[in-house]
Write a protein that binds this ligand. Structure first.
Ligand code: HEC
Ligand code: HEC
Length: 292
């Protein structure tokens, strides 16, 4: 009978910790924020239901974008070395080979129409800040023309390898102009000096952020940095949920490569405890049998 009382106390204590204290601590450490929104419907200057014409998009991209952006997958090399491009624009414009795959269609169309509002950077580049964003707004294009550009970018985006190699490509395309990842040998394409001037804050090396921030935080943060770090210089990048998952997985593959191993070891430890508890119980019964 005594044993049952002890068991009841243990169950009660574990229950209070698990259902009371743990969720409370969690809510303090991860304050409730709006769920990540991968529809990017908050900026809607462009009717993204229009079907784009990739052939016309090609003409528009060649006339408007390749002066600043390389597009290796369509054989448009970079016009100037990274350092010169960074000096000219503040940050090295990214290669657009993967843009059609990694960016959400709504986001991409609205970004081309008005980069500052799509990136949620009005506090840095809005009309009353006196600063102009380095990429022009293509708000003179018709919605049809913008969707043509999007269709073209989608048509030239190459398929990438499954696994770590592919995740790396996505990371470099989406984050590589600002962030280094030294543990993977990745150096930001924009020199640090230019980044400091352009961003007003130095984008951190991301080798260990999967550990220091955790997956949960990154899931919301990357989707819209302003929600968790109000006023931050980091733009909303506009990745699809799939591309964002690839980036986070890559951060994990580099910064926490032992995770899978740790989790399997955890299962063995639990199994060991169960077997151990069983033997302890049988042993106890045997001893007390002799006493009584
Ligand atoms: C005058 C140079 C310039 C031109 C022309 C230009 N861009 Fe950009 N673009 C930039 C720079 C600089 C950035 C990076 C800005 C930043 O990260 O703050 C950028 C970023 C981008 C991004 C990344 C967006 C994101 O969310 O990370 C895309 C996509 C893009 N440009 C598409 C285009 C397309 C399509 C065109 C042509 C219609 C174009 N750009 C024309 C300079 C330019
Ligand atoms: C145009 C430059 C730029 C791009 C592109 C960019 N970032 Fe950042 N990022 C920054 C800057 C600047 C900071 C520092 C922000 C601050 O201190 O306010 C930052 C901070 C961060 C942080 C730290 C947040 C924290 O809580 O301290 C993480 C994580 C991060 N970025 C992830 C990413 C990922 C992942 C990508 C690609 C999907 C990306 N960033 C793309 C500029 C950028």
């Amino acid at each position: 009978m005594k044993e049952f009382k002890i068991l009841a106390v243990i169950i009660a204590l574990v229950g209070i910790t698990y259902y009371g204290i743990e969720p409370y601590a969690h809510s303090v450490m991860h304050p409730e924020v709006a769920a990540a929104d991968f529809t990017f419907k908050d900026v809607k200057n462009v009717d993204t239901s229009l079907a784009g014409n990739a052939e016309n998009g090609k003409v528009l991209v060649e006339a408007n974008c390749i002066a600043c952006h390389a597009i290796e997958s369509a054989s448009h090399p970079q016009m100037m070395p990274n350092a010169d491009a960074a000096a000219a624009y503040g940050v090295t414009p990214p290669d657009l080979s993967h843009a059609g795959r990694i960016y959400d269609k709504n986001y991409l169309a609205n970004f081309i129409f008005d980069p500052v509002s799509a990136m949620h950077l009005q506090h840095k580049f809005g009309p009353d800040t006196g600063k102009t964003f380095p990429m022009p707004s293509y708000n003179w294009m018709t919605p049809q023309e913008i969707m043509d550009v999007v269709a073209y970018l989608q048509s030239i985006a190459p398929k990438v390898a499954e696994g770590k190699e592919g995740h790396k490509v996505t990371f470099e395309a989406a984050c590589g102009r600002c962030h280094s990842m030294k543990y993977a040998g990745i150096e930001a394409t924009t020199p640090t000096e230019n980044l400091k001037t352009y961003m007003g804050a130095t984008p951190p090396d991301l080798s260990q952020h999967i550990k220091s921030r955790g997956e949960h935080y990154l899931h919301s943060f990357i989707n819209d940095p302003q929600v968790l770090l109000h006023g931050t210089a980091m733009p909303r990048v506009g990745l699809t949920e799939e591309a964002q998952e690839e980036v986070i997985t890559y951060m994990e593959e580099i910064g926490d490569s032992k995770k899978a191993e740790r989790e399997t070891v955890g299962l063995w430890v639990m199994l060991y405890s169960v077997v151990f508890a069983l033997f302890a119980f049988l042993w106890k019964r045997k001893i007390w049998e002799e006493v009584h």
